[in-house]
Write a protein of this length. Structure first.
Length: 594
C-alpha cells in the first residue's frame, strides 16, 4: 500500500512539472485597479494613501510574500512581508500523516496600505517610486510582479491672476469693451474657470484641461450668449492634479458697467486690523470712474452698522489710491465690527454719482486655539498599544488663517518635531513619536508642545499643551531582542546610589518586565569618561547591581535578571560637555528571549 502511494505522489509531481502552467504567479492591484502608474498625495484628505492588493496563484503551498517600495535611486524605502514557518523534519511515519493533513497558504492581507512614509517614519519627498511584489512557495519557486510606478506629489498646481483695470464697458467700442485677465498657471495641473454674479450663480465657464490660455477675454456675456446686467462679478480658477491636490485662485471685484456715469470703489481686501502695524492697519481703496471729464470733487464715506458717518475723506482730483488708517474723525481707532463705505463724485453738469456700498470688517482679535492630545502616556514602541498620538488642534479665527504651526520640544528644550501649514489644519494630527530626522522619543520623558497660529491681518496666538506629552517606558525591538533604554535614570558624578525622585521610573520598568515575562533581562550600567576604565567599570557594575536589587524588591524574579558594567564603552552623547556626560551616566535593559 505504501509503495502505491509513493508512486501516486511521484505521478502527480511529474504532471505538475510538465503541465506547462507556471507553478507560481503574483500580480498587484493599486487601489483596486491593475495599472502601471498611479498618483497620490499624502495627507491631502482624498488620495492620501495607496492600497496594494496581491493576487497570488500557485500550484503549491505559498510560504511567503513581500511588497517593496523603491525610490528613484533604487533604494528600498518601505517594506512589508509575511512568511509561513516551515515544518521541522519528520520521521517516515509522521511524514505520511503530515502528507494527508490539509495545508494552508501563508496569510495575505486584503490590502497593504502605504501612506507615503518610510519604514523609519519619515515623510518621503515628492518623486517617482516603484512597487514590486514577490512570493515564494514550498519548493522555493519565486515569482516577482511587474514593477508599478507610484508618483508622490504634494504640491498643488500653482498660479496667479492679474488685471490692469477692474471695470469694463461692453456697450462701448474700443479696448475697454472687453475684460482682460492675465493668467500665469502651471502646466502640471488641469484647469477650469467660471464667472459668478453677485448671487453666486455661475453665468460663464471654461474648461481647458492642462493647456489654459495666458490671456482670458470676457465680453460680458453668459454661456447662452445673453448680455449680463451691470454689477460686480467674481472670476474663479480651479486647478487640480492627478494626485488629488487642488487649488482655487479667486479674483473678485470685476465690475461690468452699463451706465453713462459710473463710479466704482474697490477695497484692497474685505478685512483689515486697525490696531495692527503698517501696512495691515490700513485699508487701500481703488476708485474708478466711467467719465473723468468735469469731475469737481469726491468723497469717501465710512459708516458704522447704524449708518453713522465715522470718517469723510475728500478731495478735488481723484487719486489712483485712497488710504484709510482705520480711525474716525476724532482720530480714534475704530472697534471690531462691520462697516460700509462708498464713493460719491460731483460733476460740473450737476450730477452726483454714488458707487455701490462696500462692506468691510475690522478685526483686531487674535485667533482662538484649542489643543489636546491622547492617549497619554504615549508609547510609540511598535507594540500596537498607544503607538500613535492623536493631537486635536482646532483654530478659530475671525479673519482668514495665514499660518499655523505645532512644535514639539525635547526634554532639553530643542525643537524635535514640527507640523505646519497655511490652511485650516485637520482636527486630528497623528504623530508616530519620531522627530523630523526620524529619531524616536526617549523613554519616561516629557515633551513640551507649543501651538501657534496667525491670520492674514497679523493677529496671532500661541498656546501650550497642558502637562506636555508624557512618554511611557519604551521596549524597542533590536537584533538581540527588546531593549529598554532609559536616559533619565541618571546618577550623580562618581555615585552609584539611586535618586529617590527617579525610582518611579523603575517601578514602571517593573510593570513592563512583567508584561514580557518570557524574557530574561540583562541590566547594563554605563558611566561618563571621567576617570580610568577600571574605576568606571566597577562604578557602572555597582549602578547596575543597585537597579538589579531594586527590581528584585519589586517582585521581579532574580532568576530572570543579570547585570554587568560597561564603563564608558558605549556613550550615547558627547562626553566633552556636562550635559552629554550626564546622559551617559545611565542604565539600559536588554530583554533576551528564554
Amino acid at each position: 500500500m505504501k509503495k502505491y502511494f509513493i508512486m501516486l505522489f511521484i505521478f502527480f509531481g511529474v504532471c505538475l512539472t510538465f503541465s506547462g502552467t507556471p507553478p507560481l504567479k503574483i500580480s498587484m492591484l493599486l487601489n483596486g485597479v491593475k495599472t502601471n502608474e498611479i498618483w497620490f498625495s499624502p495627507c491631502n484628505g482624498t488620495q492620501d494613501d495607496i492600497a496594494i492588493s496581491l493576487e497570488i496563484r500557485s500550484l503549491r503551498l505559498v510560504m511567503g510574500w513581500s511588497v517593496s517600495i523603491f525610490n528613484s535611486s533604487n533604494q528600498i524605502v518601505w517594506l512589508r512581508s509575511g512568511e509561513k514557518s516551515r515544518d521541522v523534519p519528520l520521521d517516515p511515519g509522521e511524514f505520511w500523516k503530515k502528507l494527508w493533513t490539509k495545508k494552508e497558504n501563508v496569510s495575505v492581507p486584503d490590502a497593504i496600505t502605504w501612506d507615503g512614509m518610510s519604514d523609519s517614519g519619515v515623510v518621503l519627498p515628492e518623486g517617482r517610486y516603484f512597487a514590486v511584489a514577490s512570493a515564494w512557495d514550498e519548493m522555493k519557486n519565486t515569482a516577482v510582479s511587474e514593477t508599478d510606478c507610484i508618483i508622490l506629489e504634494i504640491t498643488p498646481p500653482q498660479g496667479s491672476l492679474s488685471i490692469n483695470d477692474n471695470i469694463f464697458y461692453p456697450n462701448e467700442t474700443g479696448k475697454r469693451r472687453l475684460f482682460f485677465i492675465t493668467q500665469d498657471l502651471s502646466t502640471n495641473g488641469f484647469w477650469r474657470a467660471e464667472i459668478r454674479n453677485e448671487e453666486g450663480v455661475v453665468i460663464k465657464n471654461w474648461e481647458w484641461g492642462c493647456t489654459p490660455p495666458k490671456m482670458l477675454e470676457w465680453d460680458g456675456r453668459g454661456n447662452d450668449g445673453t448680455s449680463q446686467p451691470e454689477g460686480s462679478y467674481d472670476y474663479i480658477v480651479y486647478g487640480w492634479d492627478q494626485a488629488g491636490n487642488k487649488t482655487i485662485i479667486p479674483l473678485s471685484g470685476i465690475y461690468l458697467s452699463r451706465k453713462v456715469y459710473s463710479v466704482f470703489l474697490t477695497p484692497e481686501r474685505s478685512e483689515f486690523s486697525p490696531g495692527a502695524v503698517k501696512p495691515l492697519n490700513e485699508l487701500r481703496f481703488f476708485p474708478a470712474l466711467s467719465v473723468t471729464n468735469g469731475l469737481l470733487s469726491w468723497n469717501l464715506i465710512i459708516k458704522d452698522k447704524n449708518l453713522k458717518i465715522l470718517r469723510d475723506l475728500r478731495g478735488e482730483t481723484l487719486p489712483p489710491v485712497i488710504i484709510w488708517d482705520g480711525r474716525d474723525e476724532k482720530m480714534k481707532t475704530i472697534p471690531d465690527g462691520s462697516y460700509k463705505c462708498f464713493l460719491s463724485c460731483n460733476y460740473a453738469e450737476g450730477n452726483t454719482v454714488y458707487s455701490e456700498d462696500n462692506c468691510i470688517t475690522a478685526v483686531g482679535s487674535n485667533p482662538e486655539l484649542s489643543i489636546s492630545a491622547a492617549p497619554l502616556p504615549f508609547s510609540p514602541d511598535g507594540s500596537g498599544i498607544n503607538n500613535l498620538l492623536n493631537i486635536n488642534f482646532i483654530t478659530k479665527s475671525h479673519a482668514a488663517l495665514k499660518k499655523w504651526k505645532i512644535v514639539i520640544f525635547d526634554p532639553e528644550g530643542r525643537p524635535f518635531k514640527t507640523f505646519e501649514g497655511q490652511t485650516e489644519p485637520s482636527c486630528i494630527i497623528k504623530w508616530n513619536g519620531r522627530s523630523d530626522n526620524g529619531e524616536l522619543v526617549e523613554s519616561a520623558e516629557n515633551y513640551r508642545l507649543s501651538a501657534y497660529a496667525s491670520d492674514v491681518l497679523g493677529n496671532q496666538a500661541e498656546k501650550e499643551l497642558d502637562g506636555g506629552i508624557n512618554v511611557d517606558i519604551l521596549a524597542e525591538k533590536t537584533d538581540r531582542g527588546y531593549q529598554i533604554r532609559i536616559n533619565n535614570i541618571d546618577f550623580d558624578f562618581a555615585k552609584a546610589g539611586l535618586k529617590k525622585n527617579k525610582t518611579f521610573i523603575l517601578d514602571r520598568v517593573a510593570d513592563i518586565l512583567r508584561k514580557y515575562s518570557n524574557y530574561r533581562v540583562e541590566i547594563q550600567g554605563h558611566t561618563d569618561n571621567i576617570g580610568s576604565m577600571k574605576k568606571n567599570l566597577a562604578l557602572s557594575s555597582e549602578r547596575a547591581r543597585n537597579v538589579y536589587n531594586y527590581l528584585i524588591g519589586k517582585g521581579i524574579s532574580k532568576d530572570r535578571l543579570t547585570y554587568k558594567g560597561c564603563s564608558f564603552s558605549f556613550p550615547i552623547a558627547d562626553n566633552s560637555t556636562g550635559e552629554g556626560r550626564k546622559r551617559n551616566r545611565r542604565v539600559e535593559f536588554i530583554l533576551l528571549k528564554e
